[in-house]
Design a protein around this ligand. Sequence first.
Ligand code: C2E
Ligand code: CA
Ligand code: CA
Length: 737
Amino acid sequence: MKELKTTQLFALFISCVALIGIIAFGGYWTHSINKAAINQQTSVLGSLSRSQAAFLERRLSNAFSATKILAQEIQHHDGKEYWFEEYAVDLLDSMDGIAMLQIEPNGVIEKISPLKGNEAAIGLDILAGSKHKDEALLAIKNHQYINIGPIKLVQGGLGIIGRSPVFLYKGTQKEVFWGFTSAVIYLDSLLNATQLTEFEKEGYRYKLTRVDSETNELITLLESAKPLTETQATSNLVVPAGEWSLSISKPMKAELFNNTITGNIISFIVALIISVSLYLILMQPQKLRALVKEKTKELEELAYTDPLTDLPNRRYLQESLPGILYNNHKHQRMAAFIYFDLDDFKRINDTIGHDVGDQILVIVANRLNKFKQESHLIVRLGGDEFAILLNDIKSYEEVVDYADRILDSTRAPITLDNKKFSVQTTLGIAMVPKHGRDLITIMQNADMAMYQAKLEGKNKYSFFRNSMRSDAYSLIQDEYDLAQGIKENEFELYYQPQFDLETNQICAAEALIRWNHPEKGLVFPDHFIPLAESSGKIVELGYWILENGIASQARRKQQGEPEIVLHINLSPKQISDPNIVHLVQELLLKYRVSPNTIGFEITETLILEEIDLAKKVLQIFKNMGMCIAIDDFGTGYSSLAQLKNLPVSLLKIDRSFVMDLENDADDKKIVEAIIAMTHKLHLKVLAEGIETEEQHRMLNDLQCDFGQGYYVSKPVTEEEFRKLVHAHNNKNAYVNA
Ligand code: C2E
Ligand code: CA
Ligand code: CA
């Protein structure tokens, strides 16, 4: 902000300097232009005055010459005048501009040519009381030609008289003054000799003056109607007598004024444009910088925000957390870092579509935002992963309370396009600083806590414990081991017989997987199936189970063994695999095994979670003639009523009901009810975990169709199973018989 102001002031200063400078220069420039115009005008006026003066000179020198010629003639005729009339006519003819010629013996006008109209002047004594007596006397005295006028001529009009004194016997002792010879020029004709009147019409002004030889007074002879203006040129006339000068001017004031105004306006506009442009140019980098800053901020905001949910993103957490942690440390505050993702979100994405997945994420984020407090930070880390930092908390109860609210808010059903979705989340919580002081440790520990919570059954939260760290390490090891085991083909299917309770004949078997671990020996599925499911390896392992189960049926057929139905356990993840139907069909074809001899066992939890999908897939299998069994019935929430709508053929009563059948009257009632209801639905029923003869007998009495349990056999290898079927069925065939 401060920087902006400084630049603005600087730009303003420079622009003002430029403005003043340019205006000053403009003023100077206008002045120069005016000066040049004046100079040009003066030079034009100069040449005009010179040319006009030349005309005047000629007229005046004509007058001079005429008086001189007459004077010579008088001298030549010894003062006699009889020749004058004739001579004067010739002279006037040959000399332009002379109005009349006069001879004035002793200063008295005696003869005038032409006489007509000028008679009034005859007899005028110049030396007697005339206005120009003194000048005449001076001329005599100085033997000098003089000009007189302008005078009002006796015969009328204004004129100039050129007058030469005439002396007889010149240059001798007897030299005497004879009189004057004069030539009269009308002022009008003098003016007409020039172009001054035309010029006047064009706006020029002029003034013809001469200095009076006696008084030194400046006498104006000709003058324009309007007075001379400042810009003028004067030419001195080269004439025989006196100092004559012609001045010509033309008014320039308006032109100069216009020039000044135009010049100043132009320079002001130019100055304004340049200084404003300069200001803008100078401010431009600042503006650009401001723009860059603004854009950078926008980009930063983008970089720190998750575009889908508008929540801060992982990067924001990474960059802001150290500061928050430092402040907490300084003020000895406690915080909780909650890390979580949505359970089985991948399945929604894969099966229903990413659009719906995205919408669910937005809804979850909005719900979280609703009970967010000022000091809390909610972050979307990516995918379906979120993190919440509860800053400045006072107790664990506060965290527990908050964790419950997260679980509740996500659990609330989501309706999209008239479809109801239910998502769940599992939270891992790390306390700060107890479980970590830096981002990595805190996140790792919260992640571990979440993982633990998932292992413990999802849709819950778990606080980090130090013991989790070692669990996590062994888990990583186990996962690696499992992958290795699949790769090295260390698994084997065992077969547990399922028998008809009435006839005690083995008619089916359940395939149960075992891991021949190179170090641990035989490992049971409870130790690796949950890991295979949580790590996603179950899909690969499940395929192995399917192929080997179906292959074993093919071998039995090839070896001519009695036909039995093989029940294979299908994990929920396998049902969600969009390829499952295709895979099963391919395997049946490949091993030429009839679908009637294969069954699937599915836990009821799966069916409840994804009822629509499960229904669809199972229906296809059932239509193919496969047996679909509900496993572990009674342990979950499914009701018998729901079974009605499911493509199921067999129900497996969970071992927990069979275990105490002999002693627990309630269990007996439940089993009895399940069997009755199942039959009402036209389904078959199998009791799991029959270990005693009594259980076997009771279940048979209760009309249970099939049984499975240690009473007949534990799960055994393929080879052992083959033998077992023969031995058992033969023995019981005998009993039955
Ligand atoms: P489950 O599907 O309920 O399998 C029956 C389990 O009960 C088997 O344990 C079997 O050995 C045991 N059992 C059978 N009769 C008796 C009895 O009379 N008394 C007692 N105490 N137990 C009996 P197992 O083989 O350890 O399998 C455990 C679980 O592992 C299975 O429970 C099943 O959920 C899972 N599992 C086993 N094999 C597979 C498989 O191939 N695929 C999948 N997805 N899961 C499998
Ligand atoms: Ca089973
Ligand atoms: Ca079971």
